[in-house]
Design a protein around this ligand. Sequence first.
Ligand SMILES: Cc1ncc(COP(=O)(O)O)c(C=O)c1O
Length: 393
Amino acid sequence: MFSERIRSLPPYLFADIDKRKREAEKKGADVIDLGIGDPDLPTPPHIVEAVCRAAKDPSNHCYPTYEGMLSFREAVAAWYNREKHVRLDAEDEVLTLIGSKEGIAHSAFAFLDHGDVALVPDPAYPVYNNATVLADGIPHLMPLRQENEFKPVLNDIDRETASKAKVMFLNYPNNPTAATVDRTFFKEVVDFAREHDIVILHDNPYSELTFDGYEAPSFLAVAGADEVGIEFNSLSKTYNMTGWRIGYAVGNSELLKGLGLVKTNIDSGAFQAVQIAGTTALTGPQDCITANVAVYRQRRDILFDALSSAGMEVKKPKATFYLWAKVPPGFSSIQFSMFLLEREGLVVTPGIGFGENGEGFVRFSLCVSVERLKEACERIKGLDNEKTKRRLF
Ligand SMILES: Cc1ncc(COP(=O)(O)O)c(C=O)c1O
């Protein structure tokens, strides 16, 4: 019944975790979900008020324009200039998206033909790999290893693959490893892209969730980047707006044209009231971001201390709301996740769900209240690696 492309998608591990979570809850377990990357904090009130006002205006009830309202794209350009020191032409260097996931997935259709190679980090947000598969392209995995600070080693990509590759997906600050990069890395990427004529698709939705003085650079802030790539960004994590479905792509106008062409044939743009509220978010007071970051920083410190004192190997992240921890010896990432769920009522995401190089790690997210997180930490502190191993096997 289903197309070959649907059948060639890898199994969706997260659905299985969800099922097991529901089963545990049915049995009466008090489950704490540190698996999902979805902010528990509400959208700031001034943004909610803006959407309410805009939703009442009948002029926002029609089809929006495909590329998005100019006022929203101007707000994005002004925000990028202010926050990322990147100058953009709102007319043709900004494209509105129905969440960045939509644009990421559609970009595979804009740039890949049957059999074209896409360079895909592993572990990674699954959409890069799966959109490539759906577009009939061939993912070539770039391992993100701990010894390389979870950055791909571009020199490890053999010349033949590099010459066949049409696009490279990247994402820093990174989900799931929480790794960060500086501009030097992006400069290397630009050189590589120029040498091999590769389109860079940089995904930057965690750009504002940074700690301890770290500032996440835009890929476009590096000289030459606007010639080779585009960057996806989103209001989802920055302003707690995951459910609103509003994001954007910025950068090279020709590349954006290609993405826009796919979109005009598939969707009909983002609801104008949401774009108007998005404009309010980008141009209004930004202290909501500072407050958000303070919340995540506190949660990060609490969880980091608990994991460390339970003997788990984990690095304190400089960005994102994730902690990427090594599983104790003797466990696979699935076994350890199932163990945490069944014994402690904790949901975490097994690293293998993000790709084969994610094996050996689990991802903890920080999207629960401090009170619940402290409860989770109490349960984690009770873990002793050796005992744990014996009980399981
Ligand atoms: C790396 C990465 N990219 C993109 C997205 C999707 O964001 P959006 O809500 O803008 O579609 C996520 C969401 O979790 C993500 O982790």
